[in-house]
Design a protein around this ligand. Structure first.
Ligand code: CMP
Length: 139
């Protein structure tokens, strides 16, 4: 079993896609073992995306990510990191395969509905950024 962090970004929440995204995870054997809605401050968004701090899109990305509430989840399942990334589709929605979340719902490379961890190391850092052990469940 593997765990990964998933975020429904402010555009996904405001477009009322929370249920749509969760349905896709559950239908594809990704168990939601933690979930909460949070509204990040600009500083908190900068902390989460610190690896991108030198990128030209960092300021815009962190403004966007702190612009409204997000839904943070821990997904658990066999190959959860890869499976989540397949369901999301490519970062650039123009390159995302038909049927993926980003292909169907994203409106720009930045406003791409969902975030998912890209490796086991990133997953554990990202999960710990949002959730403590008491907020993650076995069932
Ligand atoms: P995410 O998977 O959350 O990882 C970093 C985010 O930065 C990415 O999704 C996009 O929202 C955003 N991003 C990545 N590349 C670009 C880009 N070239 N221009 C603007 N935003 C980007």
């Amino acid at each position: 079993m593997e765990r990964t962090l998933s975020i429904i970004k402010p555009d996904g929440v405001s477009k009322r896609l929370i249920g749509e995204v969760i349905k896709r995870f559950e239908k594809n054997d990704l168990r939601i073992v933690a979930m909460k809605m949070v509204h990040l401050s600009k500083k908190e968004a900068e902390g989460f995306y610190a690896v991108h701090s030198e990128r030209p899109f960092f300021d815009s990305l962190t403004n966007f990510m702190s612009s409204g509430p997000i839904v943070v989840m821990v997904l658990e399942g066999k190959g959860a990191i890869k499976k989540n990334r397949e369901l999301m589709g490519a970062t650039n929605y123009k390159e995302a395969k038909p049927g993926t979340i980003r292909h169907e719902f994203a409106s720009s490379i930045e406003q791409n509905i969902v975030h998912g961890s890209d490796s086991p190391e990133t997953a554990s850092t990202e999960i710990a950024y949002f959730l403590n052990a008491l907020e993650i469940f076995d069932y």
